[in-house]
Design a protein around this ligand. Structure first.
Ligand SMILES: *[C@@H]1O[C@H](CO)[C@@H](O)[C@H](O)[C@H]1NC(C)=O
Ligand SMILES: *[C@@H]1O[C@H](CO)[C@@H](O)[C@H](O)[C@H]1NC(C)=O
Ligand SMILES: *[C@@H]1O[C@H](CO)[C@@H](O)[C@H](O)[C@H]1NC(C)=O
Ligand SMILES: [Zn+2]
Length: 442
């Protein structure tokens, strides 16, 4: 593809600021806040860094799940401008009616012929370029609502330095920090000759926050099957506070339904309350993470602690003076151990104890148990995390390492205070470079 799609208009937003020499001086060293009091100065800091400009450009484009077209287009332009070959994979949203522009995954690898002068070791033709050893992947969708990108200094400003500058807004952490850091990692390692262009590829997927449909489409694609035979490692980007995740909890979701019989609330014996049917089951399930396993509770483990339960959605009845005919609830279990089928058995057993007639309907989602990850790289702190990722949505051959790493904290990721610091971003860039080099030596 040529750089036709408005690249000339896109590039300026990446790095616009005209930084004068003495300003440059002010924003590079270990400086204090006087230099950053006005917004212009804060944005100069961003403009002076290719990584931070890239991050800002991606974050300024709204990309709530199913609306990832525009941010995908921007990434294609940036990657092509940096001499990557880009393959897009259309992932239509469910129930799409063609009125919205189609969303797509972005898979990209360095165009070997254009990078060959920069330290490529073994270039034998097109087939080499399509068999990378390391894949860096993160997601380009965000949760709603979109929150504009902004810059600020933590209080007290006088104690803040460049690395403390707070970058806030939707996606600044989850997951556009990783998109920017991974892309910049590849660019830096390529230009320094730190990796051979045929060794790395990038994958930016849609839909992680809702269904994982982007990653699953990639996993099922001919492109993946034709290119993955050389993989040594996949580096998944999610906020891990700059630590290497040794694993994450599993997840299983349940929709519970009760069908009763409507009646006048003055004559409840003429009906059957769906709310009364479902409530005991919800009470039991709500506590299922706290009950010892021996007493029918959910699995625990040393690695992840307790499984947890969230009764996240309930709906029942139509009005206060009508015996409810129908009730439903959605419950999410975060699994610290066991398999999905074991958990389904535990949950079903707990429900049937308070529903001996078997009237409640249970619909389980296609979940997964805890996901172990590789954390065998020296120099990184490790953690385990409680959230789900795209890791289980891609089939990986035996022996391929899976790393999960990224800047910022999941604790702010989906909230209104989503944000991270310049220091977080830059540490993660250094971390990713070390991870890629480690993976290439495996
Ligand atoms: C892309 O490749 C062309 C041709 O080899 C080269 O002139 C240009 O500088 C490269 N651009 C980047 C950003 O590497
Ligand atoms: C969407 O567009 C495609 C191709 O143009 C067409 O085959 C399909 O029927 C359309 N779907 C709807 C729901 O209009
Ligand atoms: C099609 O999608 C658009 C945008 O999501 C929406 O506004 C519109 O109501 C939809 N139309 C139909 C017929 O579903
Ligand atoms: Zn995420």
């Amino acid at each position: 593809m040529k750089l036709s799609l408005g690249l000339t208009s896109l590039l300026p937003i990446l790095c616009t600021a005209i930084v004068h020499d003495n300003d440059q001086q002010a924003i590079t060293g270990q400086q204090h806040a006087e230099q950053y009091h006005s917004n212009t100065k804060l944005s100069d800091v961003i403009a002076a860094s290719p990584l931070l400009c890239l991050h800002r450009a991606i974050c300024e484009i709204e990309s709530v799940t199913d609306d990832e077209f525009a941010v995908g287009e921007l990434l294609v332009s940036i990657l092509e401008a940096h001499n990557f070959t880009v393959k897009t994979q259309s992932v239509p949203p469910p129930n799409s009616n063609n009125s919205t522009k189609g969303r797509f995954n972005v898979y990209a690898y360095p165009d070997v012929s254009k990078y060959s002068s920069l330290g490529a070791s073994s270039i034998e033709g097109e087939h080499v370029t399509t068999k990378p050893k390391v894949l860096l992947s993160s997601h380009i969708d965000t949760v709603p609502p979109h929150i504009p990108y902004s810059l600020s200094l933590p209080k007290p400003e006088s104690k803040s330095s460049r690395k403390d500058i707070l970058i806030s807004g939707r996606g600044t952490v989850d997951d556009k920090a990783c998109v920017a850091v991974q892309l910049q990692t590849a660019l830096d390692l390529l230009s320094s000759g730190g990796v051979s262009p045929s060794d790395v590829a990038l994958l930016f997927v849609v839909g992680e926050e809702k269904r994982g449909d982007g990653m699953r489409a990639f996993s099922d694609s001919k492109l993946y099957k034709a290119t993955n035979s050389g993989y040594k490692a996949i580096l998944f980007g999610e906020p891990t506070e700059g630590k290497l995740a040794a694993g994450h909890k599993g997840i299983e979701m349940l929709t519970l339904k009760a069908r009763g019989k409507a009646a006048h609330s003055g004559y409840p014996w003429l009906g059957r309350s769906a709310n009364s049917m479902i409530l005991p089951a919800l009470t039991v399930l709500d506590a299922l993470g706290d009950i010892p396993e021996a007493e029918g509770g959910l699995p625990r483990s040393d690695k992840y602690g307790k499984s947890t339960v969230n009764v996240g959605y309930m709906q029942g009845g139509v009005a206060g003076n009508v015996v409810p005919e129908y009730a439903t609830a959605d419950i999410t279990f975060r699994l610290a151990g066991g398999t999905v089928s074991e958990v389904r058995e535990i949950v079903t057993h707990a429900v049937r104890k308070v529903d001996p007639e078997g009237l409640l309907e249970l619909e389980f989602s296609q979940g997964y148990g805890p996901v172990p990850l590789d954390a065998d790289v020296t120099g990184f702190d490790t953690i385990t995390v409680n959230y789900g990722t795209d890791v289980p949505n891609i089939e990986v051959k035996e022996g391929v390492k899976r790393y999960l790493y990224g800047p910022g904290s999941i604790l702010v990721a989906h909230g209104k205070d989503e944000g991270l610091t310049v220091g977080d971003m830059e540490e993660a860039l250094a971390g990713y470079k070390r991870l890629v080099k480690h993976a290439l030596e495996l």
